[in-house]
Write a protein that binds this ligand. Structure first.
Ligand code: ATP
Ligand code: MG
Length: 457
């Protein structure tokens, strides 16, 4: 389909072209049927003329001759539209009467048991000819009668019948096209009004398109657009809430930084400055952590879209990340164990984001677990690839299970410099990998267990 063709033209083409095609087929069929019946009717008359001539063939003293009175010739003159010619020939005497130029069947195989009809030319005019054999009992001489008639009557009748057949059909096509065009123009008006309304909207206006009296198909389209607008409105609201939260979260350590710097500047000696400097370092740490988390979150947002899922070896990735976190775990005398029955386990993923996911899970397990605790990271291939991180810490209370995934949500009294983004980052990255995310109680002394199931891998 031509992309730029309007619906009006498209409908017109799809309806009128087949109609014209059918009318042409009908015209061709009508032509042959009409020709058959017109020939049949006029051939009967032609045969009557030939038979009337046979009456005038006489036999006297064994010799065949033709006697044509004026009355007999009269029948060949009465018609004003067509000229009629005849010829009577004999197998022994050649031409007995008539015009010798009248055509006759030349095929020696001609079957003379019944009259023979054919089309030919005489005096440069097309003619229809009937030829018949007359058998006379008393002689072996074979007599042939040929009558030819020009075809004006036949042509006129054919034209009349065909026009009577075609003209109503052509008028029907014309009327259908006009009706279709005006109908479509009227029918499409609400659509144009709708397009105008949408065109006049400001780019910030995400309110739903008002219901108008358009067709069901267009209603489906506007409903879909409205759903999209609604989803967009929600996404923007979430984004704005997030930006407001992020700004608030950044403002607090920044204010702290400024305050501590002022305090440090007021001190005269280095030992007096130390507590303030220590707090400056804490605030800077918090800010650096928050900025990193915000950037990871921005990257894992489906809106940012700059990721490409490629085969990633989870075994290698998990082993390396666990090793990176060992020193931090050792600070709290914790142990990180890694279990994997496989040497390599490939899933479709984004390596950097998957590393961030595990980093956040390990960070939580170390930050919220007990001293001297155990962290177990497990990989399974069957039935589908699964990554499990569990600890033997205090676990997440059941009442908090839903809330911990909210952005900036921290359980009251949680230790450390966290900003409440870790689990929402994990969730976002899991969604992006179409992986199922399960949070449950660990079998090891009721700690936290998080499972990531790569169902699409
Ligand atoms: N393994 C865990 N054991 C016990 N509590 C946990 C565990 N993981 C998360 N939590 C609780 O869930 C809350 C949300 O965790 P999340 O990782 O989203 O934020 P955060 O750790 O406070 O901050 P961030 O990870 O952004 O530094 C935490 O405040 C913590 O109380
Ligand atoms: Mg965390």
């Amino acid at each position: 389909m031509n992309k730029n063709r309007s619906l009006k033209t498209e409908m017109l083409f799809r309806l009128v072209i087949p109609l014209i095609f059918f009318v042409i087929i009908d015209a061709v069929l009508s032509y042959f049927v009409t020709l058959h019946y017109v020939d049949e009717a006029y051939d009967r008359w032609l045969l009557d003329s030939a038979r009337s001539l046979t009456q005038e063939i006489k036999l006297r003293e064994g010799k065949v001759f033709v006697e044509l009175p004026a009355a007999a010739l009269e029948i060949f003159k009465w018609d004003e539209q067509d000229k009629t010619y005849f010829k009577i020939t004999s197998s022994e005497q050649e031409i007995l009467a008539g015009d010798k130029l009248v055509p006759e069947p030349l095929d020696p195989e001609t079957d003379w048991s019944h009259p023979v009809y054919f089309n030919d030319k005489l005096y440069d005019e097309p003619v229809r000819v009937v030829s018949m054999l007359i058998a006379l009992d008393t002689t072996s001489e074979r007599i042939f009668v040929h009558v030819a008639e020009t075809m004006n009557k036949r042509r006129a009748m054919m034209t009349d019948i065909l026009l009577a057949d075609m003209i109503p059909q052509l008028i029907l096509i014309l009327l259908t096209s006009i009706f279709l065009l005006t109908g479509l123009k009227k029918g499409l008006k609400p659509l144009h009004l709708l397009a105008d309304k949408i065109a006049q909207r400001s780019s910030r206006d995400l309110s739903p398109i008002p219901e108008s009296h358009v067709f069901l198909e267009v209603r489906t389209l506007t409903d879909t657009i409205n759903e999209l607008l609604e989803a967009h409105t929600q996404a923007i609201a979430t984004q704005q809430r997030f930006i407001a939260n992020a700004a608030h979260q950044l403002r607090t350590p920044l204010a702290g930084l400024k305050l501590q710097a002022e305090r440090a500047l007021r001190e005269q000696d280095l030992s007096g400055m130390k507590p303030a400097l220590q707090q400056i370092q804490n605030s800077a740490d918090r800010m650096s952590h928050l900025t990193t988390q915000l950037l990871v979150l921005a990257r894992s947002e489906p809106i940012s879209g700059g990721y490409e899922l490629l085969p990633v070896d989870l075994c290698k990735l998990v082993r390396q990340t666990c090793m990176d976190w060992v020193p931090k775990a050792l600070q709290r005398n914790m142990e990180i164990g890694f279990e994997s029955p496989e040497k390599e386990l490939f899933v479709q993923g984004d390596e950097i984001l998957l590393r961030e996911l595990l980093t956040n899970l390990l960070d939580n397990a170390i930050a919220y677990g007990f001293d001297n605790g155990n962290i177990l990271v497990k990989l399974q291939r069957y039935p589908v690839p699964r990554l499990t991180v569990e600890d033997d810490g205090p676990g997440i209370p059941d009442t908090e299970l839903d809330k911990v995934f909210e952005r900036f949500y921290r359980i009251a009294g949680s230790p450390g410099n966290g900003c409440g983004l870790g689990l929402s980052i994990v969730k976002e990255i899991a969604d992006l990998h179409k992986a199922r995310f399960e949070l449950s109680k660990s079998g090891i002394r009721g700690g936290t267990r998080i499972d990531l199931v790569f169902e699409d891998a």
